[in-house]
Design a protein around this ligand. Structure first.
Ligand code: SF4
Length: 89
């Protein structure tokens, strides 16, 4: 899972992010600073465009954090002592 963040205090309103991915970024109508519309996109194409926006942003106001998937609590566990890895004798 990824998380998109933007720092409007760094943003200079260049709009490159909106051009790169308008489904994730917009600009404040008053001062043109960035607004994040979707901070957790899941579509790979969209995420790729977000990376492009981060690359293009002249003020480095954008960031993308990769968060590990939450641990599954319903996953079956290997029986105790089941060393399927084949450790050397
Ligand atoms: S590209 Fe960067 S500076 Fe331009 S509007 Fe987006 S966040 Fe702001």
């Amino acid at each position: 899972m990824i998380q998109v963040t933007a720092d409007p205090t760094r943003c200079v309103g260049a709009g490159q992010c909106v051009l790169a991915e308008p489904s994730v970024f917009d600009q404040n109508e008053d001062d043109g600073t960035v607004i994040v519309l979707d901070n957790a996109p899941t579509d790979e194409q969209t995420i790729s465009q977000v990376r492009q926006a981060i690359h293009l942003c002249p003020s480095r106001a954008l960031a993308l954090a990769e968060q590990p998937a939450p641990a599954r609590t319903d996953a079956p566990r290997a029986p105790a002592g089941d060393d399927a890895g084949g450790a050397a004798p």
